[in-house]
Design a protein around this ligand. Structure first.
Ligand code: SAH
Length: 406
C-alpha cells in the first residue's frame, strides 16, 4: 500500500517552503489514504509536488511533525539511527569544553532543533533521560532506546514523559525505565568542575536546568574578575537546586541567598552547596514566593550586589503574554530597587512566546519605573547543547540580560 498523503492548501505552503516542521490542521486540504496515528505520511502541494514527510497524529492540532524534506529519503531504522548519531556527535564539537573538564551532563537531542521533533534526550553521567513529547515519538521510544543503547552504552535509560504538552497529543504522562538499570534517587553530575545531585525521577524538566550552564559560568566569571568579590552578596531568586549559588560561592562571593517556593529544591540546594565545599547557613535558604520575598526585602531596606532572576515560564502561549510581561516587569522592578549602585542584575525569561525584543522592553520599563540607570553588559541564552534550528525560531526560548545598575 502506498504511503498516505496530506495535501496542503496552496495558500498555506509558505511555512513549508521555509521548512518549518509543524503542519497544523488548518493547512491540510485533504488526506489521501487512511493513516493511523503515528504513521508516516507525505505532504504534497495541490499541484502534486512533494513537500515533506513526517509522522501523523489526528488527535493533535499539529497533525504532522516533519522529519524529512527529501522525497528520496526512506525513513527506516537506518535513518533514525543516523539522525540520532548526527545529534550525538555534534555535541562533541560544541563549545561545552571547559578548563575544568567536559561536563558529563548535557542535552544530547534537542527535538525539532536536531531534526527529531518530539524527542528530547539528556545525559546525566552514566544515565540517559528521554522525553517523548509527541505520539509519533512515543510509539517509537523503545526502538529509539535500543539505538541509544547501541550508540552510547549507558547504565540505563529512564523516561520522564510527564509534561503537559503530551495532553495536546492525546497522551497520558509516562515515566519509568526504558532500558538497563534504574537511576539512583540522585545522580551526581559534574559541570564545569562543580558537582550537583540531580533527581532524575522527580526533578524539573529531566532533573536539572542544563540550559543555564553557560550563564551560571558567566556569573562566576564576573565575580572572579571583581576585586571585591569576597564582599559580594548574591540573591538567587527562583534558585531551584542552587545552580547559580554554587557557581557564585565558587566564584568566592561572600554569600548566596536562595529563594524558591519548593522546600525540596532548597533541601537539594543545601546538599549541592556542601558537595562543593561550601558552608550552609539556614538563613540563606528562603522558602517563599519571590514576588513577596522581594517586597519584604524592599521594606526592610536590604540591598544586594548581584541578583539572579530565573523564573519559571510565565507565558505558556501567545494569549498569556500580556499577563506574563506584568509578572516580569514586577520582579525586575523590585530587583532594580534592591541592587546596590554598580551592582548586577542577571535576568531571564524562558517563555518562548516572549521574544528577546519584548523582554528587553519589559526590563527597560522596570528600570525606568525603579528610577535607576542601567546598561546591558551581556546577552545570555541557552547553552550550546540546546541549539536552535534556523528553520525553527520557537527553539530560542531562553533569553537573558546581564545588566549593570547605577
Ligand atoms: N535557576 C535555576 C532554575 C530555576 S527554575 C537553575 O539554574 O537550576 C524555576 C524555579 O522557580 C523552580 O525551582 C520553582 O520551584 C521556582 N518557583 C516557581 N514560582 C515561584 C515563585 N513564585 N516564588 C519562588 N519560587 C518559584
Amino acid at each position: 500500500m502506498s504511503e498516505p498523503r496530506a495535501i496542503i492548501y496552496s495558500d498555506k505552503e509558505k511555512p513549508f517552503e521555509r521548512r518549518h516542521p509543524w503542519v497544523f490542521e488548518g493547512a491540510i486540504q485533504s488526506v489521501n489514504g487512511t493513516p493511523e496515528d503515528g504513521d508516516l505520511i507525505s505532504l504534497y502541494t495541490e499541484r502534486d509536488d512533494f513537500l515533506a514527510r513526517g509522522y501523523w497524529n489526528s488527535q493533535s492540532q499539529i497533525r504532522v511533525h516533519v522529519l524529512s524534506w527529501h522525497q528520496d529519503e526512506t525513513l527506516d531504522e537506518t535513518w533514525w539511527q543516523s539522525r540520532l548519531q548526527r545529534a550525538i556527535s555534534s555535541r562533541t564539537l560544541l563549545n561545552i569544553e571547559h578548563d575544568a573538564g567536559k561536563p558529563n551532563a548535557y542535552r544530547l537531542i534537542n527535538a525539532e532543533n536536531d531534526g527529531l521533533p518530539g524527542l528530547v534526550v539528556d545525559r546525566y553521567a552514566d544515565f540517559l533521560v528521554l522525553q517523548a513529547l509527541t505520539l509519533g515519538i512515543d510509539q517509537r521510544k523503545q526502538l529509539i532506546a535500543e539505538m541509544l543503547n547501541d550508540l552510547l552504552h549507558p547504565a540505563g535509560i529512564f523516561e520522564r514523559s510527564d509534561v503537559d504538552v503530551r495532553a495536546k497529543e492525546g497522551l497520558p504522562p509516562s515515566t519509568g525505565i526504558l532500558s538497563g538499570q534504574e537511576p539512583p534517587p540522585f545522580v551526581e553530575i559534574v559541570e564545569n568542575g562543580r558537582h550537583f545531585l540531580v533527581d532524575v525521577h522527580h526533578g524539573h524538566k529531566t532533573g536539572f536546568y542544563l540550559d543555564q550552564r553557560e550563564s551560571r559560568d558567566t556569573l562566576r566569571h564576573w565575580l572572579r574578575d571583581d576585586p571585591d568579590r569576597q564582599e559580594r552578596t548574591v540573591l538567587n531568586c527562583f534558585s531551584y537546586t542552587g545552580g547559580f549559588s554554587v557557581y557564585a560561592l565558587n566564584g568566592q562571593a561572600k554569600r548566596a541567598i536562595n529563594v524558591d517556593s519548593s522546600a525540596d529544591a532548597l533541601a537539594l540546594a543545601k546538599r549541592n552547596v556542601k558537595l562543593n565545599g561550601g558552608q550552609v547557613d539556614e538563613a540563606d535558604y528562603v522558602e517563599g514566593d519571590v514576588f513577596q520575598v522581594l517586597r519584604r526585602y524592599r521594606e526592610a531596606g536590604e540591598r544586594f550586589d548581584l541578583i539572579v532572576l530565573d523564573p519559571p515560564k510565565f507565558a505558556q502561549n501567545q494569549k498569556q503574554v500580556e499577563g506574563a510581561t506584568r509578572g516580569y516587569k514586577d520582579i525586575n522592578l523590585l530587583a532594580f530597587e534592591l541592587i546596590k549602585p554598580g551592582g548586577l542584575l542577571m535576568t531571564f525569561s524562558c517563555s518562548g512566546a516572549v521574544d528577546a525584543d519584548l523582554f528587553q522592553k519589559v526590563v527597560f520599563g522596570a528600570l525606568v519605573d525603579a528610577r535607576r540607570e542601567g546598561q546591558i553588559v551581556a546577552r545570555l541564552g541557552q547553552a550550546a547543547d540546546h541549539p536552535v534550528a534556523l528553520t525553527f525560531p520557537e527553539g530560542a526560548y531562553l533569553k537573558g540580560l546581564l545588566c549593570r545598575v547605577w
